[in-house]
Ligand binder design. Structure first.
Ligand SMILES: NC(=O)c1ccc[n+]([C@@H]2O[C@H](COP(=O)([O-])OP(=O)(O)OC[C@H]3O[C@@H](n4cnc5c(N)ncnc54)[C@H](O)[C@@H]3O)[C@@H](O)[C@H]2O)c1
Length: 435
């Protein structure tokens, strides 16, 4: 099949490369010309394991192309995926301006039937808005009889495991109201689901809401565990033991049940917020999710609170080390990362911050410039530090030479935001963790 994917970010580039790998001819379109030119030179603008190889393989195979002009490729495709960003607007709702601008371009240039598919995470009713925008633009050109369909196909991939998730999804959710759209989507996804066909077809509003429901559920589990972890600290219980105790119950399961320093990333915070906004627009409140959100906001400050409380408020001028910046391992994505919040607090308190992350340092340099120091490795980060914060659970932080770390530090205070270290191996450290 010939398809276009508009928006070449974490979702668009992975989807494009994967569909190409499965035999489709894919035109990846982004308005960011620099990104497109870099991709044409074989440079991958994001860090995602194995993506570089997959992109190169499909470019060489003549199945994957990059352009900044949707109008140039629209005539050649049967499906157009919209995979642009839907960031949080100032009122907490999803900013749909990027999605609508793509819809407008489609309406201005469409000359034959296409299926337009929203892969971006968008609130209920967005497919209808996309349809109206395209229809109005067609009408302006006197092309109102031209047929097209709009479908919803929310994406569930996880950064860091995106290719695996895309190629072997737990399920593919498709919202459609047209037989032709259903047939096209079935054809497109068939190669990857041959053995276990799990495309869940449903109506469009349900598909749109399913994505938010999934992220809201994941965020709820995290905030639940974080709040319980804080109670554990008060009553002398251990959140890791509790996780094992409840996670073994098949009704609960043990995934996404980790206490930590709050959820971040490009999805959970904005999607919880957008779902709350959708409810507000419909004159109701989602009280549970409002609590999930405020628990998370508070939790992002927990590492700093532990640090301040350890030094009884005397933290001004202290040198501190931060291991991990990305919102989770195996990505360079810093959006809403707890580390950013922590670093802001530390800088405001007058601390000297030195950081290290295996892949997110270039992105951090853009944000913090020379306000913090960028170390070459985990050991350089901790030199002379009065506290070491472990914020992202990269594998390379798992088994450091603790003796070396301890002797390099000025004061061996280790504050673990991910509960991964074994206190029995931390002789000589003052070890604080969550719950
Ligand atoms: N990142 C994830 O893990 C993930 C997972 C599932 C769903 N999603 C959803 O997928 C969508 C995309 O997320 P992302 O993380 O890939 O975003 P991203 O910010 O990495 O990429 C978005 C891209 O869209 C481009 N763009 C914006 N407007 C455009 C336009 N009019 N024409 C062409 N290109 C345009 C931008 O230049 C950018 O390169 C969002 O709705 C997000 O919520 C993301």
């Amino acid at each position: 099949m010939n398809i276009a994917i508009v928006g070449v970010g974490y979702v668009g580039l992975v989807s494009g490369a994967c569909f190409a790998e499965l035999g489709s001819t894919v035109y990846c379109v982004d308005k960011n010309l620099q990104k497109i030119e870099a991709l044409k030179r074989g440079e991958i603008p994001i860090y995602e394991p194995n993506l570089e190889r997959l992109v190169a393989h499909n470019v060489q195979g003549g199945r994957l192309f990059f352009t900044d002009e949707l109008s140039e490729v629209l005539d050649r495709v049967e499906i157009v995926f919209i995979a642009v960003g839907t960031p949080m607007a100032s009122d907490g709702s999803a900013d749909l301006s990027y999605v609508m601008s793509v819809a407008q371009t489609i309406g201005e240039h469409l000359n034959h039937y296409v299926l337009v598919v929203n892969k971006s995470t968008v609130p209920v009713g967005t497919a209808e808005q996309v349809r109206t925008t395209i229809r109005n633009a067609l009408a302006k050109r006197g092309c109102e009889t031209l047929r097209f369909d709009v479908a919803s196909n929310p994406e569930f991939l996880k950064e860091g495991a995106a290719i695996e998730d895309f190629m072997k999804p737990d399920r593919v959710v498709v919202g459609t109201d047209s037989e032709q759209a259903r047939e096209l989507m079935t054809r497109l996804y068939k190669p990857m689901l041959l053995n276990n066909f799990r495309v869940l077809f449903m109506d469009i509003p349900s598909a749109e809401l399913t994505k938010y429901a999934a992220n809201a559920m994941l965020a709820t589990r995290i905030s639940f565990m974080n709040e319980l972890a804080n109670l554990c600290e008060k009553v002398g219980a251990d959140i890791s033991a509790i996780r094992a105790g409840i996670g073994s119950d098949a009704r609960i399961g043990n995934r996404f049940l980790y206490a930590g320093c709050g959820y971040g990333g490009s999805c959970l915070p904005k999607d919880v917020s957008a779902l709350i906004a959708t409810a507000r627009e419909n004159n109701m409140s989602l009280q549970l999710l409002e609590a999930v959100q405020s628990v998370n906001q508070k939790q992002k400050g927990v590492l700093y609170e532990k640090f301040v409380s350890h030094y009884k408020g005397n933290v001004h001028g202290k040198r501190v080390a931060v291991w991990g910046l990305a919102f989770k391992p195996e990505t360079d994505d810093l959006r809403e990362a707890p580390a950013l919040y922590l670093i802001d607090q530390l800088l405001e308190a007058g601390c000297h911050v030195r950081v290290y992350d295996p892949v997110a340092m270039p992105a951090a340099r853009i944000l913090f410039k020379d306000r913090i120091v960028y170390a070459q490795d985990i050991y350089e980060t901790v030199e002379d530090a009065s506290a070491l914060f472990h914020v992202t659970e990269w594998k390379e932080f798992r088994m450091p030479d603790w003796e070396r770390v301890r002797t390099l530090m000025k004061a061996p205070l280790l504050i673990d935001g991910r509960n991964v270290f074994d206190s029995s191996q931390l002789e000589g450290f003052y070890y604080l963790h969550i719950g």
